[in-house]
Design a protein. Structure first.
Length: 364
């Protein structure tokens, strides 16, 4: 099992550690609800060094990325970030990812930890027809996600570059905590604002200590991956292996907004997705809230009022900020319309639920 450079530190801080995506990671330090609300209301820090990073550079970089991702990379400019996915040539998704435009002809792809090897093999294979300069730098890069409404205020103390008013989904190369060339990005997986900071492993402890020192006056706390999941689900953000996988298309997953049929953008599965968009899908990812008491879990059956199975739960939890059971389900499209009554089968009981438009949590 792999580990991040912070393993000993997490253990020292009393984290409950478990295997996650092939890495030994902190799931929680306190209760998941406490950590969740800490991020919603103040500021918290996630070790997300397990994520993968690939660089794509040179005159062929744009052509490669336009072919292997669904979003329109030509719309990016240096300093901008884009959410996207890799279509797999069979109608499904290899992975979802962030595409960073750092400089002209210089891109960074950030992929899910569980998929690093699969994604890298995919990019290498596709690049045979393009010849971009690509490198997998995942093992040498660490990443902290500093999230919450007070995150940028706290992090501004560590750099002379203005970061406090950076737009969402932008990036800057800054001097941070006394270290040059640090990638600072206003991205995250929580819906509560903040940033993600990328740096070489050797600066990991220096940056961790600086972040916690700067955040002390804001009551900064370390947060585990348990709360990361409840935070992302309240926002309706996709998690690979749940709302998206190699059998679910971006259109079925509600990711039509990152599937751009731009002129001249000949991406993998384009024709298939154009047909899906034109002719409609038979199943869709939908958000739902439980009306009856209970907590929906991944894999539970979803039924109609007569008890006929119409799909399955793909993610489920109790949402601490919305104070109810919430989830996503892959269901027949006629039941996916907002306001439709559905039932979640929990231990042979049918619990009443209603489909809703995501996000479940709407920041004020």
């Amino acid at each position: 099992m792999k580990e991040t450079v912070y393993r000993a530190l997490h253990e020292q801080l009393g984290a409950k550690m478990e295997e996650f995506a092939g890495y030994y990671m902190p799931i929680q330090y306190a209760s998941i609800t406490e950590e969740h609300l800490q991020v919603r209301n103040k500021v918290g820090v996630f070790d997300v060094s397990h994520m993968g990073e690939f660089t794509v550079k040179g005159p062929k970089a744009l052509a490669l990325l336009q072919h292997i991702t669904t979003n329109d990379v030509a719309a990016l400019f240096p300093g901008k970030v884009q959410y996207s996915c890799f279509p797999n040539g069979k109608g499904g998704i290899v992975d979802d990812l962030l595409v960073y435009n750092l400089h002209d002809e210089d891109y960074l792809l950030v992929v899910n930890a569980a998929n690093i090897d699969k994604d890298w093999a995919w990019v290498v294979e596709q690049n045979k027809n393009f010849g971009a300069d690509i490198e997998n730098i995942s093992d040498s890069i660490s990443q902290l996600a500093v999230q919450g409404p007070l995150a940028l205020k706290a992090m501004q103390k560590l750099t002379d570059s203005t970061v406090i008013d950076m737009e969402y989904y932008t990036n800057k190369i800054v001097k941070f905590a006394g270290i040059d060339n640090i990638l600072f990005s206003t991205t995250g997986y929580t819906g509560s604002g903040g940033c993600e900071i990328y740096f070489p492993n050797e600066y990991a402890m220096q940056i961790w200590n600086a972040v916690f020192e700067a955040g002390a006056e804001f009551d900064i706390k370390p947060i585990g991956l348990g709360a990361r999941d409840t935070l992302r689900l309240e926002m309706g953000f996709c998690l690979y292996g749940h709302e998206i996988d190699d059998t679910i298309s971006p259109i079925e997953a509600g990711l039509g907004w990152i599937t751009k049929f731009a002129e001249g953008k000949d991406f993998i599965d384009r024709k298939y997705m154009e047909d899906l968009k034109a002719n409609g899908v038979t199943r869709k990812i939908a958000g739902f809230e439980l009306i009856d008491r209970g907590i929906p879990r991944n894999g539970y059956e979803v039924c109609d009022a007569e008890g006929n199975v119409i799909g399955e739960v793909r993610s489920g939890t109790f949402g601490p900020s919305v104070n109810k059971g919430i989830g996503t389900a892959l269901i027949k499209k006629e039941f996916a319309k907002s306001g439709t009554e559905i039932y979640i089968k929990v231990r042979n009981r049918l619990l009443k639920a209603v489909t809703v438009k995501m996000p479940f949590y709407k920041p004020e």
